[in-house]
Design a protein around this ligand. Structure first.
Ligand code: DGY
Length: 312
């Protein structure tokens, strides 16, 4: 049986596939052109894609009837046409748990960086503008006592909440339905109006596309802060640029729409926007674990067992 892996993965997980007698091809390189993806999937039984690869009906049909499993190297599966997979009887799996703590860590890193103007400070020092200590230099937000509003309260949202409590923040959340948690549940509109910091942890679906549209961004509390480590398309980027020019204190974005954010994009010109290149899960141990989970899911399906982390 053959497996195609669309990027090199850290760690030794792929060796397990070879030990089980599978033929494994790994694409090396930063980009995988669409034409090459279509060629490489022909006749494979398993596919391990990353969030960079759009896995739609065309890819599945080029793979053909042999394709049994798409074992995503990610927790998000918005890059896979789940209905097309389901219609063809192809299992889709993902890597929840493995990246929860790492993504929560980066959420806090962005939150602290924006609230305390860390990047502005680094730039100022590096550019030789650090001339003296001054009581009013780079004043930011004190986190203790602020209200953190989490949009989405799955694994990552809850891991962020835990960290926020350690900083003395109050946590409120919204999600499709209230959960049996100690944090207060609020409808989205109430959360936006009351939270000092809004952090997004919802999956991207047709229902959550541009969840934070212009109206909602401007309904956020004046002087508040937005953090997005989930998916860029949850936010209307153009409206966010406007909101950052006065209404919001700042934004920390690990994901953007479009992604990657092109050179010269207006967001880069804003000092109160801290942007990282989709590295939420980029802890070495986390990325190795994600490979192990993807491999375990793939092997389970190919060996006729129920995968540990099925999506469909
Ligand atoms: C995911 O897993 O969905 C992240 O976006 C990449 O690790």
């Amino acid at each position: 049986m053959r497996v195609f892996v669309t990027r090199t993965l850290p760690g030794k997980a792929l060796e397990r596939l070879k030990e089980r007698g599978l033929e494994v091809e790994v694409h090396e390189g930063l980009f995988l052109p669409r034409e090459e993806l279509l060629r490489k999937v022909e006749g494979v039984h398993g596919l391990i894609p990353t969030v960079e690869d759009r896995i739609d009906a065309e890819v599945m049909d080029r793979a053909g009837k042999s394709l049994k499993v798409i074992a995503c190297y990610s927790v998000g599966v918005d890059h896979v046409d789940l209905k097309a997979a389901q219609r063809r009887g192809i299992r889709v799996t993902h890597t929840p748990d493995a990246l929860t703590e790492a993504t929560a860590d980066l959420t806090l890193a962005l939150l602290l960086a924006v609230a305390r103007r860390v990047v502005e400070g680094v730039d100022l020092a590096r550019e030789g503008q650090w001339r003296a200590w001054h009581p009013e230099l780079l004043l930011g937000l004190d986190l203790e006592g602020l209200t953190l509003g989490l949009v989405g309260m799955g694994r990552i949202g809850q891991a962020v909440a835990k960290r926020a409590l350690a900083f003395g923040m109050r946590v409120v959340y919204t999600s499709r339905t209230p959960k049996p948690l100690l944090y207060p549940f609020l409808p989205l509109e109430d959360l936006l109006a009351t939270a000092d910091i809004v952090s997004l942890h919802a999956p991207l679906t047709p229902e959550t596309f541009r969840l934070l549209n212009r109206e909602r961004l401007f309904a956020m509390k004046p002087g508040s802060l937005l953090i997005n480590t989930a998916r860029g398309a949850l936010v209307d980027t153009e409206a966010l640029v406007e909101a950052l020019k006065g209404h919001l204190f700042g934004a920390g974005l690990d994901v953007t729409d479009p992604e990657p954010l092109p050179k010269g994009h207006p967001l880069y010109a804003l000092k109160n926007a801290v942007i990282t290149p989709h590295i939420g899960s980029a802890g070495r141990r986390t990325r190795e674990r994600m490979a192990e989970v993807a491999v375990a899911n793939l092997l389970a399906v190919l060996e006729g067992r129920e995968p540990p982390n099925p999506v469909v």
